[in-house]
Write a protein that binds this ligand. Structure first.
Ligand code: ZN
Length: 211
């Protein structure tokens, strides 16, 4: 039987929607813990500052912690020096809040900047590599139900196979609602839920592109 490793990744950031229920990230953490599943969380620096206890529980649960920038802006609009500043600022507060080392894991906000060699160089200089994704169920879109999200994840993983990296977010209510179905569905197909540090190859681009 071929191995099927799947990395669920959650971008933990201030929501891009005005009305989001509180406590979704905590619900995600307890579902993962009950299922004994490991995942990866890319923390926005400003989010980690606002929710240091949640940031710490992520690290303490043994999940991989990465850097998702401090301001969550478009990296293609920043000059290289500002990129270094933003990364360093996020890194400091993530270490402080979560008590974990985010290097070398990084994810561009919106996947923006991954096509630029200049930005890639600034990222490398700061000690990071961008982790893209293979499967994007668009869980940020509040028109998407939990069933939509779970269905898109299972279908996307089936299409990608071993090493699939799935993009999810830490704040949509539908993500927490979909997660038990995602975990049990993936395991039913024989998947092992792993952190990105357990995969041999990682996507350096984000396909399909999120908004
Ligand atoms: Zn983000």
């Amino acid at each position: 039987v071929a191995e099927l490793r799947v990395a669920l990744t959650f971008d933990a950031e201030h929501p891009s929607r005005p009305h989001c229920p509180p406590g979704v990230t905590e619900r995600i953490l307890s579902i993962l813990s009950e299922a004994d599943a490991r995942a990866t969380f890319f923390l926005q620096g400003r989010w980690a500052t606002a929710y240091p206890a949640t940031a710490r529980s992520i690290a303490q649960a043994g999940h991989v912690v990465g850097n998702h920038s401090h301001h969550h802006g478009l990296f293609s609009s920043l000059i290289p020096e500002r990129i270094g500043d933003d990364l360093a600022r996020a890194e400091d507060v993530i270490r402080e809040a979560a008590g974990a080392e985010p290097r070398p894991w990084f994810r561009f906000p919106f996947g923006d900047g991954e096509d630029s060699t200049e930005i890639a160089e600034a990222l490398r200089t700061a000690g990071y590599r961008h982790v893209g994704w293979h499967v994007d169920p668009n869980d940020w879109d509040d028109a998407r139900s939990a069933e939509d999200v779970a269905g898109a994840v299972l279908e996307g993983v089936r299409a990608q196979g071993d090493g699939a990296v799935v993009l999810l977010h830490g704040w949509p209510a539908s993500t927490a609602l979909a997660l038990p179905t995602i975990v049990s569905g993936l395991r039913w197909e024989g998947a092992r839920l792993v952190g990105i540090d357990e995969l041999d190859t990682l996507p350096s681009t984000s396909s399909p592109r999120s908004y």
